[in-house]
Design a protein around this ligand. Structure first.
Ligand SMILES: Nc1nc2c(c(=O)[nH]1)N[C@H]1C(S)=C(S)[C@@H](COP(=O)(O)O)O[C@H]1N2
Ligand SMILES: [Mo]
Length: 208
């Protein structure tokens, strides 16, 4: 007889249905890792902004925005979860304050290098725990993990958090992002196991 497994119930509480715990940090993405060039990088907020203008930050400007940390779990739709990841970066709320959306904004598209994108409801983007991460465990992200910037949305599957983020588009209607167009669920809540678009109800989003 072995030792009783300590904390097991607690762990089960923290793993969404169908997920198993992953130790270490695998690299998961589609396509090549982009090369970062500071002089060509900018972070852009565009679409339905309150003033109708685009808002741009250079890498230096974005790096100077208020920094906070967040401990969150990452759930990949391929069924692994990493628990208690410490991220550091700029809250999405800071971006919303500095570049407010127009009144009719309901969704955002977060854009990354090479045209990767993920759509989010404005409420999910505006959640207190949504963070544009520059750091993990106090260290700058590595290239393969999204340097210089990746979005972290703890309440959703990790594909909703683009690595190599370059901007945000404010939208007055929902539109599917990269994986959402390729068979994945429009909302992607791991606790409701919203993995694939065939599971969607009509109110979950635009036609797959
Ligand atoms: N630009 C971009 N971001 C992406 C992806 C991608 O294919 N391209 N994959 C997502 C998926 S499915 C996961 S699980 C996480 C993985 O992050 P990691 O490689 O740092 O573990 O990145 C997300 N962000
Ligand atoms: Mo993933």
């Amino acid at each position: 007889m072995g030792q009783p497994e300590q904390g097991r119930e607690h762990l089960d509480d923290r793993l969404p249905p169908g997920q198993r715990r992953q130790r270490g940090w695998p690299v998961t993405h589609y396509g090549p890792v982009p090369r970062f060039r500071a002089e060509r990088w900018e972070f852009r907020v565009f679409g339905a902004t309150a003033d109708g203008d685009k808002h741009c930050w250079t890498h230096e400007e974005f790096s100077a925005l208020p920094y906070r940390t967040l401990v969150a779990d990452l759930h990949c739709v391929t069924k692994f979860s990493m628990l208690d990841v410490e991220w550091g970066g700029v809250p999405a709320r800071t971006v919303l304050e500095l570049a407010p959306p127009a009144a009719g904004t309901t969704h955002v598209m977060v854009w990354a290098e090479y045209g990767y994108s993920a759509n989010l409801r404005l409420a999910d983007f505006a959640a207190e725990t949504t963070l544009f991460a520059t750091h993990r465990d106090g260290e700058l992200l590595t290239a393969e993990h999204g340097f210089p910037l990746r979005l972290v949305v703890p309440g959703l599957y990790a594909w909703k958090g683009p690595k190599w983020v370059r901007g945000v588009e404010y939208m007055t209607a929902d539109r599917r992002g990269f994986w959402e167009e390729r068979g994945y669920h429009n909302l992607g809540d791991p606790w409701r196991e919203q993995r694939y678009s065939y599971q969607e109800s009509p109110e979950d989003g635009p036609e797959p």
